[in-house]
Structure formats: C-alpha cells, structure tokens
Design a protein around this ligand. Structure first.
Ligand SMILES: [Zn+2]
Ligand SMILES: [Zn+2]
Length: 288
C-alpha cells in the first residue's frame, strides 16, 4: 500500500490559488496586448507589445510570458514605406506618442499599458518565489516533470505535488534519524543528543517542528539530567569517548539530519513569504 502523504492544506491551497491568479493575469495580458494593437493605428510612434516565452532551456520559469515593449520608427527617408521597431528603454507609458494621429488614442494607450504593468508586477512577486521553490526541489532530485512545456496551472500542480512529496520524505527521514540517534547513544551517557518533534499549536503546515536537545547528567545527582535546546547538538558532544568511531558515526548522522532540517526550513520560509505576499494582496481587495 502506498504511504499516505502528510496533508499540508495551507500550502496546497496557497499554490493552487497563486497559480490560478498567475494564469488569470497571463490571460489578461494576452488580451490587453491585442487591445493595444487594435486601439492604435500603425504610425511612427505606435507602441507594440511582444510577449516572449522561455524555451525548454529554462523550464523552471513561472514568469512567461515576459513583456517586450517596442515603438515603431521610420527607416530611411520615406516614412510611409517602411517602419522599424526600437526597444523602449524605461517606462513605456512615457513613450506614448502625444502628437499626430496617435494623440487621439493616447489616453486609452496609457491606461492599457499601466494596467499591463501593474498586473505583471503583481505576478512577478509570486513567480520569483515559485522559481525559488522549484530550484529548491530540483537541487535535491531529478525533476523531469518540471521540464515539460506546460501551462502555469499544470506546472503549479506538479510543483505542489513535488513539494508535498519532498516534505514528506524529509519528515520520514528525520523520524528515522531521530530513532538512530537515540539508538547510537548509551542510556546512561554523560551527555547525549536528542532530535525531537514539537507542535507549535497553530494551524501550521510545518508541524511537527524538529528540535535539538542536549541532555547533561548533573554530577552527583543520582542520574538527574538537565535538558537544553540547541541550534546544533554537535559542539556539546564529547570529543573523547570510549568508542571514538561510534561518536564519529553519530556526528555524521546528526550532520545529515541537520542538512534536512535546513532544507525543511527553506521550504517553510519560502512558503511563509509567498503566503504573506498573497494575503497582503487579498487584504487590499477586501478593503475596496
Ligand atoms: Zn519565462
Ligand atoms: Zn507548527
């Protein structure tokens, strides 16, 4: 029977909603690009928007399509015959032609451009984080799933599954490291390390949180120990023991567990950041 994945309802809903929003923004941009061409006659100074898509070489991009603003210019001395394009550097709103035949449509053009810029700015807040998350996943394992040419919703669904799966893997491995660490140390050791998992009591996708503790025997106390939480238990462990090889093995296992905890923290902070950016946006909408 397949192992049941630990549900992460907040992360799942967040990624679904964000990729849905990105998809909506993309649909808007494609439509606005058409409106922009429709509203302006082609003259010198017409603003043209090209939409660029990354090729397979950059499969982790969640930001496609990217905006490429151009303006028509004349070639040679016969302007009615040939027009060329130049790239607009800086804000395209400022490049809008205010003279001649284009003057009539300048307000519509400015409004369209501003809307496109506003929406894609919102989008970039999220796509950058999704890019970080997918690189975090592909740094640890091969992810041919993410290399396919897919729309953003599909890609978001795959990324979500990969994150949930990887988080589950990390937690299972940490559980097993915790047991190994316990087993590798004598019950009556003077100092020993523990990897524990604790709930934070909030409705949190990252419970239970791994924590390191160091237990130290209080001298002359008849087996009483003090317990202290540590960022890492390694500096507290004795250098000289009866079994140096066993101690080396223990340090290595703790090191591997710490790497996993680091990775787990990266997921947690990226997802928290994404959620903060996203909720911020919704507060604005709700207050309208
Ligand atoms: Zn792209
Ligand atoms: Zn928690």
């Amino acid at each position: 029977m397949a192992e049941r994945l630990i549900p992460r309802p907040n992360t799942e809903a967040l990624l679904d909603e964000i990729t849905e929003l990105i998809d909506d923004i993309n649909t808007f941009v494609v439509r606005a690009q058409k409106d922009l061409s429709a509203v302006q006659p082609v003259r010198i100074g017409t603003i043209i928007l090209y939409l660029n898509y990354h090729s397979q070489r950059k499969p982790t991009c969640f930001g496609c399509p990217h905006l490429d603003w151009r303006k028509t210019n004349m070639i040679g001395d016969k302007p009615h015959q040939k027009l060329s394009m130049t790239v607009i550097k800086g804000n395209p709103v400022k490049a809008v032609n205010t003279k001649g035949e284009l003057a009539v449509v300048q307000h519509d053009v400015r409004e369209l451009i501003s809307n496109i810029l506003k929406q894609t700015k919102d989008k970039s807040e999220y796509t950058a984080e999704l890019g970080h998350l997918s690189r975090l996943i592909s740094a640890r394992k091969k992810t041919p799933e993410l290399k396919q040419r897919l729309n953003v919703r599909e890609r978001g669904r795959i990324l979500k599954e990969l994150i949930i799966e990887r988080m589950h893997e990390i937690d299972s491995m940490l559980d097993s490291y915790s047991a190994t660490i316990k087993r590798m140390q004598a019950n009556d050791a003077r100092i020993y390390a523990e990897l524990k998992f604790e709930s934070c009591g909030k409705s949190c996708d990252f419970c239970r949180h791994p924590k390191w503790y160091v237990q130290k025997k209080v001298p002359g106390s008849n087996g009483r120990y003090t317990r202290e939480e540590k960022e890492s238990p390694l500096p507290s462990l004795p250098r000289n023991t009866d079994d140096p090889e066993q101690m080396e093995d223990l340090r290595e296992v703790i090191g591997r567990a710490r790497d996993l905890i680091d990775e787990r923290k990266k997921f947690q902070s990226r997802i928290t950041l994404l959620s903060r950016k996203f909720s911020g946006r919704f507060q604005v909408v709700e207050n309208d």
